[in-house]
Design a protein around this ligand. Sequence first.
Ligand code: ACM
Length: 546
Amino acid sequence: MNPFRFGLALSVATVLVAKLFAAPAIIPAPASLRVTDGAPFVVTAKTNIHAAAAATPVANWLARWSGLQIVTSGAAAGGITLAIEPALRTELGDEGYTLSSHADGVTIRGATAAGVFYGVQTLRQLLPPDMERGGVRAAGGRAEVPAVEITDRPRFGWRGALLDVGRHFVTVADVKRFLDEMALHKLNVFHWHLTEDQGWRIEIKKYPRLTEIGAWRASSPVAGGNKADDGVPHGGFYTQDEIVEVVAYAAARFIRVMPEIELPGHSAAAIASYPQLGNDDSPGYAPTVQVRWGVFPYLYAPKPETFQFLDDVFGEVLALFPGEFVHIGGDEAKKDQWNVSPTAQAFIKANGLKDAHELQSWFIRRTESYLSAHGRRLVGWDEIQEGGLAAGATMMAWRDVKWAIAAARAGHDVVMTPTSHTYLDYNEGTTEEEGEKIGRGPLPLKKVYSFEPMPAELEPQFQAHVLGAQGQLWSEHLQGWPKVEFRAWPRLSALAEVVWSPREKRDYVDFKARLPALLARFDCIGINYRRPRATDDAPAAALPAK
Ligand code: ACM
């Protein structure tokens, strides 16, 4: 054989061998994956899904995605079997699963339907990306699942993503797209940031002006800045029926929806709708739905009608969102109006409070009592500890993880959301590439992947208070859905691996090697992700965030 042909044969053989034995590219990486030497399982349009009754919602998802039929009666012979076995909880927890595939079929087991759903999401990534376009038919009627044995369970129970629909409204259809994208990554908390200075987005039946007035603004800053107005009205809101629809859509994907209703700050849209709720005895009081980004002085006033309003709003919110956690904001509440309002000052004095910070804590504690009396748990941004942290409050540490460490040591649950690693609205590449610098950007993929949610200095006895982490998509600079996807993916894929996969499995080089398979899937789904660039991992791109 001439040397050239020999070389060619060798490289073809190498590729074939690599293909045969390479671990399938799954993100987030499973805790344990073994490629066995058996023949693959071949899926055709005739392949059936066998599912126990308790696994029906998962089977329905798989049937819709794959185009395969569900068989509920008769013995499971071959095909794809979904089994719920509560006894597996000891080994797999509430969200773990095993997946076993060989020539005769695929079996996914979990202690709960959630575990089986995550097993199905792994099966999805073992199948060709073409199936994203219309199931097995889109893959030419035949698809192979390699022979593998997987045992997997998440490292953290809180694997979240925040979507800010206050700064820019997102349609129900796009919210559902996002939930689909989260499900692919085994993310399980959708933090829906529903109220802002620039827009109130949730229908509250008792207060119609919130959406008649508060959901609309006259103009927005010209894209990329905060100085010039574009003069284009912007707005939108979700009806309560739409909220119910989204919560159900998320539940079918094992995603909990946590609403965020901001108080006492970031409330200009609500206060513009009902000016009597604000500090109307402070100088220059003229609330409007804000048309610029930033932090504004409009805070709820401490008076009976405001407390009634908040109770009424949370009453309607709790009826729509069955989840345990309710986020009440608490961040960036400038105290200027409280410092000068005679009503606020009188309230501070009458209640033996020291200052406006203690008044903020008083607001949060009152809300915490309301929520806990209704069987819910309050979550707030890290400012909620200024003036004293309400008993039972869960904190999201965004400014610095030191707040999470202090709160965990004091017995509070915490979720890691630091700007340094999880603010995915920040530009990923350089300004030359992406035209704008957001916040403390750039925040490169590699840096997101390097995030460690468990602070090294947190003592073992407090570590269970770290529930997990989430990525933030604040939307001041996310005008339209394609931009949201551009910022979210694949950095949220990296964060999904951070919160799901065992710490010792985290390996950026390996993640990058698995990423193209996921991106090929994104292409088939039609996600407008940011394509990694050769220069991304160069030292210059890996700038520190501070
Ligand atoms: C925040 O970014 N203000 C939580």
